[in-house]
Design a protein around this ligand. Structure first.
Ligand SMILES: Nc1ncnc2c1ncn2[C@@H]1O[C@H](COP(=O)(O)OP(=O)(O)OP(=O)(O)O)[C@@H](O)[C@H]1O
Ligand SMILES: [Mg+2]
Length: 241
């Protein structure tokens, strides 16, 4: 459903020139939850931004749900941002004065969905992330994990086929991070309406729970088996609930 082929991206020029992506090839199928790892500065956010239509690459191609882009300027991929990609960030980006249901509904309203429909869809999405009893709470009245689940509800409410998550558990404690990861897996493996998730994480324990791991290294992605590399196969981490 997502194909990235030979994607390149260079920042700056002259002596400041930095080739961050040197020909990234990767695919994600519907229903897959993929963890993207790599050292700081290796280009993970850059890759997500190009896939999400927020930044143009220099070379190569992205095909997502039948649309081809990758080198197009962000102003020419409005449809990708509006219809295809949901975003989840480390700091949840919720509006402080709006309730959970309004935080989710406003995103739909901004994309043209009538208010009543938006609230109905927001209610469905919040129920899906387990917040049916927190609909009318504002962010300050929610835990970090609950706030992130509101952000996830916002990302899935528009029925977009792929979610891009840039360190979604970075501000959460270990237990809440695991809950978010489980929720991601449930959303991907949903029998009726499976989606795909590409998640950047620095946490090898979380990454090892994804369906698949990719390592971004020296400008290219490679399949990775960090589970064994980090010695996680023995399952004796001692921090399970
Ligand atoms: N707009 C820009 N202009 C110039 N250089 C940039 C720009 N955006 C990113 N870079 C550089 O590109 C490299 C990759 O950045 P990126 O943010 O993609 O890394 P990352 O893998 O997400 O790192 P982290 O794990 O720290 O978030 C870094 O060296 C960064 O300084
Ligand atoms: Mg980053």
């Amino acid at each position: 459903m997502l194909d990235v082929k030979g994607l390149t991206k260079t920042f700056g020029s002259g002596s400041n020139k930095l080739q961050v992506l040197k020909g990234v090839d990767m695919s994600i199928e519907t229903g897959e939850m993929v963890a993207l790892m790599g050292p700081s500065g290796s280009g993970k956010s850059t890759l997500l931004n190009i896939i999400g239509g927020l930044l143009a690459g220099d070379g190569g191609e992205i095909v997502l749900g039948g649309k081809s882009y990758g080198q197009k300027s962000p102003s020419n991929v409005v449809d990708v941002r509006r219809d295809s990609v949901g975003w989840i960030f480390q700091d949840f980006h919720l509006l402080d004065n709006l309730t959970a249901v309004d935080n989710v509904a406003i995103a739909l309203e901004l994309s043209g969905v009538p208010s009543r429909e938006a609230v109905a869809a927001a209610t469905v999405a919040l129920t899906k992330v387990g917040l049916e009893d927190r609909m009318n709470h504002i962010p300050d009245q929610l835990s970090g994990g609950q706030q992130q689940r509101v952000a996830i509800a916002r990302a899935i409410a528009g029925n977009r086929p792929i979610l891009l998550a840039d360190e979604p558990t970075g501000n959460l404690d270990i237990a809440s991070g695991k809950e978010v990861l489980q929720l991601f897996k449930d959303l991907c493996h949903d029998e009726e309406n499976p989606i795909s998730i590409l998640m950047v994480t620095h946490d090898p324990d979380l990454a090892s729970n994804a369906d698949r791991m990719l390592l971004l290294n020296d400008g290219k992605t490679e399949a990775s088996d960090i589970r064994s590399a980090w010695g996680l196969d023995s399952e004796d981490g001692g921090e399970e609930e």
